[in-house]
Write a protein that binds this ligand. Sequence first.
Ligand SMILES: [Zn+2]
Length: 451
Amino acid sequence: MTLPRPAPAPLLLLLQLIATATITSALASGQIMNNTQAMAMALDVNEIPQRYDEAQLWRIYNISEAMQRQVPVGQVLEQKFGGNIWKENSKFLDISIGKEQLKAARSFLDAQRLDAQVLSENVQALIDEEHLDGINATAPEQGQRSKKAARSSMHWKDYHDLETIYAFMREIRSKFPNIVRLYTIGQTAEGRDLKVLRISENPREYKKIWIDGGIHAREWISPATVTFILYQLMSNWENQPAHIRGLTWYIMPVMNPDGYEYSRTTNRLWRKNRSPSRRSNCLGVDLNRNFDIGWAGYGSSTNPCSDTYRGSSPASEAETKVVTEFLAKRKYNLEAYLTYHSYGQMIVYPWAYKAVKVKDASVLQRVGNTAVQRIAQKTGSTYQSAVTHEVLGIAGGGSDDWSRAALGVKYVYTVELRDRGTYGFVLPPKFIKDTALEGWTVAETVAQAIG
Ligand SMILES: [Zn+2]
């Protein structure tokens, strides 16, 4: 389903001003605000792009000591100081704090004897840089007029909206009708389609590999990488080695389309989906805390306003439910589950929900190490392969753990793409190609391991 394009920001702002002025004068003259006016106001507020002017991105070390004193630093900064947690692991916490709360948040940290390293002085500047970089990279060269090609407008010089990604998937299907199948496996709370491509010369017999991206809305490099993997496969399918052509590939570039679009139009740092809650005005569930594995355990929240809200029950969300059902039906021969996230440059494997390694951890570590070495050779980037709970902390409800626990998938990896905190989620488009190549390298290495 195609949704209406949101009005450009200045128009919304104008509408908002008019609505506010109307309501203010109505209130002043003693009239009561009617439902339509109230709704118009509420809707506009939700759609005005969120700005992060002079918000800072901090990295705070040694939070485990404060935790031992029963002070959950991330939670306090999130709930009391409006902080936005970017990343929390066993070593540090990355969190952005709005301009107005900087002083108070600093005082809180001082009282806890914690220090914050400032990764960015102005988060909005990062967002603006990302935006401009994309415009510059895609601007037609001087003297050249932009060509309106009939083909899909896919490229990896910039990030794309959902419709461009879906058009690219349709194009692949129509170019390779004999080996590609395009599934619409369900719809989101806001009515967007959930789409999966299957590429296979022999779906009944070949071993299967699943690849997904975009579980978390703001991790734009993830759908960019997964579409690049699709491109790498299909642009040269006839010449791919046997270990690639001999697999059935399931590819879902955007598991959270509602969140993805919201992060593009309204709030760049949005993480969850956009489903409403019965007991709160806060929207959204963290889909990677909503899978039916260790669901009520550590690392997720019962608070609908939290960025790691786990939902009302396991697989309560349409996205989680349909992916779970789709994969459960195809678990025969399903050998690999790869899920792409950002950021941190890591290739991690189960478990995440408990502090235990899987029995075949040595195999997963070896394949992970091979991918790390190949990435270093190809792009020079340093990745690390490890058990999830050791480097990212314990968290239940993740898709990776679920695929191993429920379906017995062997090669299960969560890939945390670039970077390591300079730009975080707001990775400028000039880094897309190399990062996507790193993501492809992991997929290629795992395909080879399946053999
Ligand atoms: Zn993520």
